[in-house]
Ligand binder design. Structure first.
Ligand SMILES: NC(=O)C1=CN([C@@H]2O[C@H](COP(=O)(O)OP(=O)(O)OC[C@H]3O[C@@H](n4cnc5c(N)ncnc54)[C@H](OP(=O)(O)O)[C@@H]3O)[C@@H](O)[C@H]2O)C=CC1
Ligand SMILES: O=C1O[C@H](COP(=O)(O)O)[C@@H](O)[C@H](O)[C@H]1O
Length: 501
């Protein structure tokens, strides 16, 4: 049984229920499987079913495709229990409901508790589950999935880990990071460790620098209140982007088990050189915020005008960090990672920039266009592209770049599972490989904390950039004159919005 706390919220309707529907449709769920939503709101089972189906755009589309009886059969697996006026009360009513559903549906006592509430409630919920006897594993396994953000800083992440560990063993805790559920993120491991052509060059001898971009075309939408306290560094960089980075940086695991892979990821995260010197932080980090602009004749709101955002906010919607990895493989190779809202195109990609050939036989005017690049496109158009030099036909030896590409969509079996679908299924199967372990999360916060502390200083500039552009006009300066960011899409406006906020 899957028991979702905070089931009246946005995530349940928009992500969890559609993922469960797809698992049901793909026959990945046992017949006895049921979902029990729990929150403070008062709702009947029927009302809960109607609500999640109505609020899920995905299910609305499915209603047009599937026959009504099929959708109803799925919806009938969803139940709801209100928790009274708080999450840290007595769970005896919840326990009785779980027992009743077990009897009625012939379920085992295998439970996943999915915490989809504000994180401040996680420990209280874990405590109440334990006091209600719902965490005992005598008659079946018990797992707890916790949503991001996992902490607000290293100290709060440690506190949260300690709080959960009072009631659940680490092997029962599944910290979700939906980027790890993306097919191409998982493919980073396969690309690296199942091909003997990449691994020998995957080091300081051949790689000049590594770039990771995560760009979104939307602003903060309805989540202004949450985002203004978080910012891009906490929202995306600490979690999703450092997870991707760890897969690029890590050493080969001895096998593909959850513990071996996660051991190597932790080692990678622990190798990140901490930046504490303000002079280094000033040149190696940059924060920005989108300001109003006009895109295709339409006025777009600036971040400070969004609902729930402080009109004087200095919270970053653009975060860029340059850093080094202190180990044998990566010594002196710079990593550039950026994430931002309201950029010209939605894209997440990793670009491995290889060094120029040791001896230049063929001179080229445009070194950037000549150097080899491996581009791993995480989304959209999931795939891999290798850029390599070819001779321009005709006289002389002029070099231009050609592409060798692979797109996931070209595979016959291209049925890419949604990230939540994959991760829920893994949790049901007890596979935690794609979930973050306590020490991974703490290692990531350890790297991020000094940057956040530096950014909390009023003197650190927050650069304005026009919504629809590739961030602050001066963001290439981090590259010390070497190339700059790869911007895979045209600007949506001529405005720069450049200013210091
Ligand atoms: N929505 C998204 O796209 C994403 C969400 N997440 C994370 O998932 C979790 C759930 O997100 P989401 O569904 O958007 O959150 P919501 O704000 O919609 O909250 C979920 C539920 O928690 C309960 N709740 C909200 N605020 C409080 C409060 N102050 N005290 C007690 N209960 C409260 C409410 O239920 P009730 O009042 O009925 O008890 C609410 O329906 C959060 O941790 C979020 O950070 C992560 C990634 C993306
Ligand atoms: O976790 C989050 O991720 C989304 C972006 O996810 P994607 O799968 O659409 O790339 C981001 O918009 C949100 O701010 C953040 O909390």
């Amino acid at each position: 049984m899957l028991i979702i706390f905070g089931a009246s919220g946005d995530l349940t309707a928009r992500k969890l229920v559609p993922a469960l529907f797809n698992l049901y449709k793909g026959k990945h769920l046992p017949d006895s499987f049921v979902v029990l939503g729990a929150s403070r709101s008062n709702m009947t089972d029927e009302k809960f079913r109607e609500k999640v189906v109505q609020e899920s755009e995905f299910l609305q589309e499915e209603i047009g495709k599937e026959d009504a009886a099929f959708i109803k059969n799925f919806a009938d697996k969803l139940y709801y229990q209100d928790l009274g006026d708080k999450y840290d009360g007595d769970y005896s009513t919840l326990t009785k409901r779980i027992e009743q559903l077990n009897r009625e549906n012939g379920c085992d006592e295998n439970y996943i508790f999915y915490l989809s509430t504000p994180p401040s409630l996680y420990e209280a919920i874990a405590k109440n589950l334990s006091e209600a006897g719902l965490t005992k594993e005598e008659n079946g396994w018990k797992r707890i999935i916790v949503e991001k953000p996992f902490g607000y800083s290293l100290a709060s992440a440690k506190e949260l880990n300690d709080g959960l560990h009072k009631y659940f063993h680490e092997s029962q805790v599944y910290r979700i990071d939906h980027y790890l559920g993306k097919e191409t993120v998982q493919n980073l491991l396969v690309t690296r460790f199942s091909n003997s052509i990449f691994e020998p060059t995957w080091n300081r001898r051949y790689i000049h620098h590594v770039e990771i971009t995560n760009a979104e075309t939307v602003g903060v939408e309805k989540r202004g209140g949450y985002y203004d306290k978080s910012g891009a560094l906490r929202d995306m960089f600490q979690s999703h982007l450092l997870q991707i980075l760890s897969l690029i940086v890590m050493e080969p695991p001895i096998n593909a088990s959850a513990e071996e892979i996660r051991d190597e990821k932790v080692k990678a995260l622990k190798s990140l050189r901490l930046m504490t010197d303000p002079d280094v932080l000033a040149t190696h980090t940059m924060k920005g915020q989108y300001v109003a602009s006009t895109i295709k004749g339409k006025k777009v709101k600036g971040y400070r005008e969004e609902e729930g955002v402080d009109p004087d906010s200095k919270t970053e919607t653009f975060a860029a960090v340059k850093f080094f990895v202190d180990n044998w493989r990566w010594k002196d190779v710079p990593f550039y990672v950026r994430t931002a809202k309201y950029m010209p195109t939605k894209v997440t990609e990793v670009v491995i920039h290889f060094k120029s050939p040791a001896h230049e036989v063929f001179k080229s005017q445009d070194a950037y266009r000549k150097d080899n690049k491996l581009i791993i496109r995480i989304q959209p158009d999931e795939g891999i592209l290798i850029k390599f030099g070819v001779k321009v036909p005709g006289l002389g030896f002029n070099v231009e770049q050609a592409n060798l590409d692979f797109y996931y969509s070209d595979l016959d079996s291209a049925q890419v599972m949604d990230a939540y679908e994959r991760l829920l299924l893994d949790a049901m199967q007890g596979d935690a490989t794609l979930y973050a372990r306590a020490d991974e999360v703490e290692a990531a916060w350890k790297f991020v904390d000094p940057i956040l502390e530096y950014w909390s200083n009023e003197d650190v500039p927050t650069y304005g950039y026009a919504a629809g552009t590739w961030g602050p006009r001066n963001s290439d300066e981090m590259f010390d004159g070497h190339f700059g960011w790869r911007n895979p899409g045209k600007l949506l406006t001529d405005e720069t919005g450049f200013c210091i906020l």
